[in-house]
Design a protein around this ligand. Sequence first.
Ligand code: ADE
Length: 418
Amino acid sequence: MNYHIKDKALKGLGKKRILWADNNMPVLRQIRKKFTKEKPLKGIKISACLHVTTETANLMRTLKEGGAEVSLCASNPLSTQDDVAAALISDYDVPVFAIKGENNTTYYKHINQVLDIKPNITMDDGADLISTIHSKRKILLKSILGGTEETTTGVVRLRSMATRGVLGYPVIAVNDSHTKYLFDNRYGTGQSSIDGILRATNTLIAGKNFVVCGYGWCGRGIALRARGMGANVIVTEVEPIKAIEAQMDGFRVMKANEAFKIADIIITATGDINVIDKHHFELMKDGVILANSGHFDVEINKKALTKLAIEHYEARPLVEAYRFKNGKQIYLLAEGRLVNLSCAEGHPPEVMDMSFANQSLAAEYIVKEGKELDKKVYKLPQEIDDRIAKMKLDSLGVEIDKLTKEQENYLKAWEFGT
Ligand code: ADE
């Protein structure tokens, strides 16, 4: 088997951790059981570019049980769990091309290596596979039925391709299922981003001025959890509606220029570029901690920070200190890359359970319906989203009520008034 990982000897710990995660992924386990019997992906080749984590390993196992041939690379140079990569190769026969800390050249080499299987389905987290296929390997378009996309940033890129008429095959925006973004983006990012900051710095959250840039689903989750740990949470936003929501959710809303002056910790979750820019660094207090939770490492202007500082050095693993002429220090976590996956383990399995149930069922849907779909970005049908929610509730032992016939009819009627 062709692969490129850090060290095969790490497989023991990797396998234990994969099974630990699997214990907390009951919906995915149920789908795997069904896939084992029905083999809905038989003969299908899937190239996947996802964070190489314990949860992703269980998705790979599910796709393989469904009959697919899979090949996996990382969707971020810093998010790979090297022990998981080793176990995937040794215990689950999944070719992996990913090493934590790989440089950009190796990152793209790995992307090309997973594409060498000539996929029928691409599975992306950030759209790097699709972008590479469309810009450098168009020949692969011929054999592709469809793709899936895991994250908001990827969906934004793909919608832009579809609008410009350059998208070469249909893509399912897994991110847009309710059972994905309401849980993974909110509770997953909320918990794992704080986890990343804590593991990297061991800082106290209570009593700190904690600034969250962006009040999308990820920003909301981070703000909620930071407040839960006793921080004074401040939100910065550019969209008026989101800003009112943040205000009425009880957070202070400020312009970045004001918020950054008093911040102890700042985290970006916007999906946009240079949210923390050159002029902002000059406003900040000594000792401020900067982190990013957006998909790409573009939200904090690292180049400008490097230029402004007179020196920088590693203060702790994954914490770079930038020292200014006046003695002020700014701490940047994980080179401005995704803090939750670089400094911690990403979202917990309980939420990835639903995200990856969506990925598995999206692959099955593409096999069944791909030929009928246009070269556009689609959501998974509501019926599948609801089915995943129902399976999750069942796994939690939570029962809910059903509408009576009378109530159903009332909702369909328009005649009744006061
Ligand atoms: N994205 C965020 N958390 C993740 C995880 N644990 N595994 C894979 N992708 C993720």
